[in-house]
Design a protein around this ligand. Structure first.
Ligand code: C5P
Length: 226
């Protein structure tokens, strides 16, 4: 589909995809697509514009005309703007994740965001982080990973992240949210969360992130000789 090399990293939330995708894009000097942020910004934009999430047609309209901008702050943090509103923090909350999962279950929203995601594939290459990168958005990508970890482990990691940020959270509640989101993401009719047939599956439950990255890099080197 595209001559620009794409590496897909799919999997459920909290499996370490975002971290691995960042590390990989930096190491290779390639572009990065955080596709989840497009779904998160769509939900944010609906709230901002007063569009209810129960009306799929209107949500898809918002997605089609989504005025979103990504900017790298000097700290390295990626800032996300909807129109001129800094949405970076709001979209990263648990509520932002639930909104993303709701709009992500809408076929016309996925359709509306498809080309926009493919447009990220620019030379010298793209690392694409998401749920359906390898199955739908970049089915011809030469290298695909599917990262997983147990729901308990993912809840623990998220709990630690939030506590480190000074937020008060309940671990059982986080676990329940993760299980519900997994269920919604895996059972939806469009682009369910599933590894592509040709994806390399890595379970990171008992593997530190550096070891996961080493495994990914070994496969990248084998595939691209970098
Ligand atoms: O990856 P992230 O946690 O930011 O994604 C938030 C939600 O957006 C996911 O739970 C999923 O419902 C949705 N999503 C999706 N397809 C993608 C990326 C994210 O449906 N490619």
């Amino acid at each position: 589909m595209t001559e620009v090399p794409v590496i897909c990293i799919d999997g459920p939330s909290g499996a370490g995809k975002g971290t691995i995708a960042h590390m990989l894009a930096e190491k290779l000097g390639w572009h990065l697509l955080d596709s989840g942020s497009l779904y998160r910004v769509t939900a944010f934009a609906c709230q901002h514009d007063g569009v209810g999430l129960e009306d799929e047609n209107k949500v898809a309209e918002v997605a089609r005309h989504l005025d979103v901008r990504f900017e790298q702050a000097p700290s390295g943090e990626v800032l996300v703007y909807y129109r001129d509103v800094d949405a970076s923090r709001a979209i990263r909350t648990e509520e932002g994740g639930r909104g993303a999962s709701t709009v992500g279950a809408m076929p016309s929203v996925r359709e509306a965001l498809l080309q926009r995601q493919r447009d990220f594939a620019e030379p010298p290459g793209l690392v694409a982080d998401g749920r359906d990168m390898g199955t739908v958005v970049f089915p011809d990508a030469p290298l695909k990973f599917f990262l997983t970890a147990s729901a308990e482990e993912r809840a623990q990691r998220r709990y630690k992240q939030l506590i480190d940020k000074g937020e008060s959270v309940s671990l059982p509640r986080l676990l329940r949210d993760i299980e519900e989101r997994d269920e919604r993401d895996s059972s939806r009719s469009v682009s369910p969360l599933l590894p592509a047939d040709d994806a390399i599956v890595i379970d990171s439950t008992a593997t530190p992130i550096d070891a996961v990255f080493a495994k990914v890099m070994a496969d990248v080197t084998t595939r691209f000789g970098t």
